[in-house]
Design a protein around this ligand. Structure first.
Ligand code: FEO
Length: 395
């Protein structure tokens, strides 16, 4: 059943309570997600985005219960990833000639996914369609977060339909930001930014400046995941501006994997040393083999710096550390410092490898690293504390 958003705008999406992973296993969704689709019942009728393909039949059936599908004048595909376009094949079987408005890259991507030559209408920023008394104005938003992404803006109601931007993977029975648990909401927002938008921070800043320059009144932001921002919608825009500007809190994150507890012991000693250096520094410790990858990355995003530890195995590092470092490299964090540590029994290459990986990932490596032979004895444990204090000073 459609849910009212504002005036003639309705939510017709899907709340996916059971989703635990997104993008394959690339993104953990502890709180599920939503695929937000919007039906605009103006003089002309527009549908903005659809839902993920497993819910296509359910979506089309529900939509047909709300409106004669043939009365849909325009379909807007703000983004071609299948979590938003996945119901198009099912829908277009029934209304094959309905125009689909999307970017030029959107056409390429939708054709690439579905191999259909639908009635595409590629748009450019500033193009608009009239719904009668109100217009939908299109704004290209490349790399927020795919090359095909775009926003659209409904005049009169002053709503920005922002697709992935400003969203969260957060299933809730409530539609609006002021009705949900704020700690949960903001936790999901920063996780989403850290894990998805970090590489595109430059584009985020520019797009926000461009949108502000248009001087359009903004009363609501309808995202395609999670809640709709109706209470002070600019608060999430302001957060994005902060997050896009080399964001840091007074935090250091320690990440390690371990074989026989030696590197774990070092991690704890380093954490103790950091805390001795300043009680106001937040220290987070994550075992990369056991903890959620996306939660770890969110903590890296929050931090001024990090320490990464692995014992040496087969002249290298443990695979959970190798995998995580590859993720971190791809995200392109800026203005962060780091250091390495780890135990070894024979050759001891892990610390050097981590240092090289950190440099490649754009971190400033602030020390040659801390190595301990075998399991750390009392002296080596004390060295861990001293090393923690030193890192706190340098980070
Ligand atoms: Fe929510 Fe980029 O898809």
């Amino acid at each position: 059943m459609k849910k009212p958003v504002k005036n003639n705008v309705y939510w017709v999406g899907k709340t996916d309570w059971e989703l635990k992973n997104f993008h394959g296993k690339e993104y953990s969704t502890h709180r599920g997600s939503t695929y937000n689709s919007y039906l605009l019942l103006e003089e002309k009728v527009a549908l903005i985005d659809t839902v993920w393909s497993p819910y296509a039949k359910e979506f089309v059936q529900n939509l047909a219960g709300e409106i004669d599908l043939k009365k849909i004048d325009f379909i807007i595909a703000n983004h071609a990833e299948p979590d938003h376009s996945g119901a198009l094949p099912e829908l277009m079987k029934l209304i094959p000639d309905t125009p689909i408005y999307c970017t030029v890259n959107g056409v390429k991507s939708l054709k690439g996914h579905y191999h259909q030559d639908w009635n595409f209408h590629p748009i450019k920023t500033g193009d608009k369609i009239s719904l009668g008394n109100k217009d939908l104005i299109f704004v290209e938003a490349p790399m927020l977060h795919w090359p095909d992404s775009m926003f659209c803006y409904l005049t009169g109601d002053n709503i920005l339909f922002s697709n992935d931007a400003f969203g969260q993977h957060y299933a809730t029975e409530f539609l609006f930001n002021d009705l949900v648990d704020q700690a949960e909401l903001w936790g999901e927002c920063i996780k989403y930014y850290a894990n998805i938008l970090t590489p595109f921070s430059t584009q985020v800043t520019k797009k926000i400046q461009e949108f502000v320059g248009l001087q359009l009144p903004l009363e609501m932001i309808c995202t395609s995941h999670g809640v709709i921002w109706r209470d002070h919608p600019l608060q999430i825009v302001e957060k994005y501006q902060q997050w896009a500007s080399n964001y840091q809190e007074n935090q250091i994150t320690i990440i390690y994997d371990t074989m026989w507890d030696g590197t774990r012991t070092l991690a704890k000693q380093i954490a103790g040393g950091i805390q001795l250096a300043g009680p106001l520094i937040t220290v987070k410790i994550h075992n990369s083999a056991k903890f959620d990858k996306n939660d770890i990355i969110t903590d890296v995003f929050r931090s001024k710096g990090m320490a990464i530890g692995s014992p040496t195995i087969n002249h290298g590092v443990l695979h959970s550390i190798a995998g995580l470092m590859e993720e971190i490299r791809g995200l392109g964090f800026k203005n962060k410092k780091a250091a390495a540590f780890g135990c070894y029994g024979w050759s001891g290459e892990a610390v050097g490898m981590i240092n090289r990986g950190l440099t490649e990932a754009g971190f400033e490596v602030v020390d040659d690293g801390l190595k301990a032979l075998w399991n750390p004895d009392e002296t080596a444990q004390h060295d861990g504390v001293v090393y923690g204090r030193k890192l706190a000073g340098r980070i």
